[in-house]
Design a protein around this ligand. Structure first.
Ligand code: KIV
Length: 273
């Protein structure tokens, strides 16, 4: 019986690092979403998402911070382990938090080894272009696959003067090329003009994964609570809401409160006798 690729009961081969290179050659677009816990990892994985990124955006969407800068390596390891246990098909990538890789290549390799050993994720992501190349080279040399991240790099929010579109096309190409030359298997392009992203995508042998980088990238990534419409205040231009879960959650909780208040919950079938 033919089954849909999103059928959770269908046995599927796990996505591997070499699949990314193959998919780039085939022109097959790559879907990436962030995940922070086991339950949502299972749901996203069973929906057929290719790659789950345990992003340090968890500092904002899980911890309620203003930036990602407070997130620690131990916290990332904790969340990545839960996500990796929930994914049966998707490649799981753990994100290096600020302070876990910049000071030396030894530090970067030690952090990467912790991710692979303690969480069973398949790869790590780190921010930075040419400056991050030595760390990327050392990690890949040690057997830790790396996804790069250039353009708007939120860990440098203070240096960049805010969360702004990065418009220097030549510098972006140079940064992305440095990441590819260092051995990364893919690179995230965040908040860059669509034309620059398409040019980088054409120039690189590795897939580009865009967020606010237009349709010309090899793949796309979104922060899952954004996709689900869980945040009501700020809505960046590049986010598409595929659901309005904030309304669904508030409505469900309000009906529960009313049922408890009126004595309608629990009823007889929901009670033991
Ligand atoms: O931390 C994160 O979730 C990310 C994505 C926005 C690419 O880096």
């Amino acid at each position: 019986m033919p089954t849909s690729p999103a059928d959770p009961l269908t046995p599927r081969p796990a996505v591997t690092i070499p699949d990314f290179a193959r998919w780039k050659l085939l022109g097959r677009k790559i879907s990436v979403l962030t995940a922070y816990d086991h339950t949502s990892a299972r749901l996203l994985d069973s929906a057929g998402v290719d790659c789950l990124l345990v992003g340090d955006t968890l500092g904002m969407v899980v911890q309620g911070r203003e930036t990602t800068l407070h997130v620690t390596l131990d916290q990332m390891i904790y969340h990545t382990e839960m996500v990796a246990r929930g994914a049966t098909r998707a490649l799981v990538v753990g994100d290096f938090p600020f302070g876990s890789y910049e000071s030396s290549v030894e530090r970067a390799v030690a952090s990467g080894v912790r991710f692979l050993k303690e969480t069973r994720c398949q790869a790590v992501k780190l921010e930075g272009g040419r400056r991050a190349a030595p760390a990327i080279r050392a990690l890949v040399g040690a057997g830790v696959p790396v996804m790069g991240h250039v353009g708007l790099t939120p860990q440098s929010v203070h240096k960049l003067g805010g969360y702004k579109v990065q418009r220097d096309a030549e510098a972006l190409l140079d940064e992305a090329a440095a990441v590819a030359e260092a051995g990364a298997f893919a690179v995230v392009l965040e908040c860059v003009p669509a034309e620059a992203a398409a040019r980088i995508t054409a120039a690189l042998a590795i897939p580009t994964i865009g967020i606010g980088a237009g349709p010309g990238c090899d793949g796309q990534v979104l922060v899952t609570p954004d996709l689900l419409g869980l945040f009501e205040g700020f809505r960046p231009r590049f986010v598409r809401h595929y659901a309005e879960l904030a309304d669904v959650i508030r409505d469900a909780a309000a009906r529960y409160v009313a049922d408890v208040g009126e004595g309608r919950f629990p009823d007889d079938r929901e009670s033991f006798h």
